[in-house]
Write a protein that binds this ligand. Structure first.
Ligand SMILES: Cc1ncc(COP(=O)(O)O)c(C=O)c1O
Length: 404
């Protein structure tokens, strides 16, 4: 890819001119995050969602404090998955009633913190956890709101198993075993079940799939509410809104999604049930993914048995996804772009770690590259730095810069 004029990246998010200083004064690998891109992605989603849908940013996709503050300012809630994430959400200014705690293996300390801080909801993922939340809330003489996270029976069609998948899952309670949850709940006087949580899959680009998942989750809530006579106030539909990373992928058709969600919530079959119910989406990647790019410098070039290799100063200790799930991030040679160089080649781009998995991919199409060029990996804002392995080989950590 030679220029920014592609669907991968909103070129206006970080205008080229603003990138110049980072190229000229390049000192070390760096993640750049764009305020403008975050705002645009949030507003795009907010504008197409019917008002009863709330957005809770999935902090795990990028916990950078400036990103959190900005997203809080845009009116989002925050989905957290650890003590650290709850603390970061509070420090960024999210009100406790706009923070949820999810995760299959919450510690006693995490649950205590959530209860102490009046977090909106603890999303319970097992019967044992239900008992523990109840016990902690009783000790503190409080009633803690909970959602029950369910492992659904339907296919979630995730290409690379990240969070979804079918069958056995560490996430949530199998729907087939939900009766025992409701039986146990009867003896839990210090929790209040406000609804259900189902996360289907990540990186979905098909609007129809998001719609059918949404419908399935609402149907599940209706069934459970009837079978176990409880009033549903919240349905958490998880995240999963995808972004294109390559030419083979097309962005979500937002018009189709808007139309489908609007007709779903106004359909007579659902509208009565959904009256007064909050529907929550917890997107991570959709909000932060396109807002970030990772810059590295080519320290050496070499040819190994016919393959052109670029050896960069950054690697999978900062951006693990290429090695973890084969994610290919669109790459651009920024130096060549500024210098107006022409001509392309296929490269393997590898990092400094002593493992051959430290590679951003082979056959990466780039403008002819020379020693000292700066390469940008786009769409690196979600599950980039936060998901990497920064300790390996004791290299320096990456800088993170938030661009206003
Ligand atoms: C509970 C929960 N919510 C939200 C998300 C965000 O998913 P995505 O980035 O695909 O929107 C995740 C991702 O793992 C998750 O586990």
């Amino acid at each position: 890819m030679n220029n920014f004029d592609t669907k991968y990246y909103n070129y206006a998010s970080i205008p080229l001119e603003n990138l110049k200083p980072f190229i000229e004064n390049y000192a070390s690998p760096v993640f750049l995050y764009s305020r403008k891109s975050l705002t645009e992605s949030f507003n795009l989603l907010r504008d197409i969602l019917p008002p009863k849908f709330k957005i809770f940013y999935a902090q795990k996709s990028n916990p950078n404090s400036k990103i959190l503050k900005h997203i809080n300012g845009l009116g989002s809630g925050c989905d957290t998955a650890s003590l650290g994430e709850m603390k970061s959400a509070l420090a960024a200014g999210f009100a406790p009633e706009k923070i949820m705690l999810t995760g299959p293996s919450k510690s006693n300390e995490e649950i205590r913190f959530a209860v102490d801080n009046n977090i909106l909801s603890v999303n319970v993922e097992s019967v044992q956890e239900l008992n523990l939340v109840n016990e902690i809330a009783r000790e503190k003489n409080k009633i803690q709101n909970i959602l029950v996270r369910i492992n659904p029976p339907y296919d979630s069609s995730e290409n690379t198993r990240i969070i979804g998948g079918t069958g056995v899952s560490k996430f949530g309670i199998d729907i087939e075993q939900i009766e025992i949850f409701f039986k146990t709940l009867k003896s839990c006087g210090n929790v209040y079940l406000t609804g259900i949580h189902i996360f289907n899959s990540s990186q979905i680009l098909d609007a129809e799939k998001i719609l059918s998942n949404t419908k399935n989750v609402i149907d599940t809530a209706i069934d459970l509410s009837k079978t176990y006579s409880f009033k549903v106030k919240t349905i958490d539909l998880g995240g999963g809104f995808g972004i294109p990373y390559s030419d083979n992928e097309t962005p979500i058709n937002l018009e189709k999604l808007a139309e489908g969600l609007n007709s779903l919530v106004s359909d007579k079959k659902y509208s009565r049930f959904l009256d007064g119910v909050d529907l929550i989406f917890e997107p991570g990647r959709y909000l932060s993914g396109r807002a970030g790019m990772y810059l590295v410098k080519v320290l050496y070039t070499k040819n190994s048995r016919g393959t052109e290799i670029l050896l960069a100063d950054g690697g999978i200790h900062h951006l693990l996804r290429p090695a973890l799930i084969g994610q290919s991030h669109p790459a651009v040679n920024l130096t060549a772009l500024f210098e107006g160089r022409k001509g392309n080649k296929k490269y393997m781009i590898a990092g400094p770690l002593c493992t051959s998995i430290d590679s951003f991919g082979e056959n990466i199409d780039l403008t002819d590259t020379t020693q000292g060029d700066i390469i940008a990996f786009l769409n690196a804002g979600a599950y980039g730095y936060t998901e990497s392995m920064p300790q390996f080989l004791s290299h320096a950590t990456a800088k993170e810069i938030f661009i206003d």
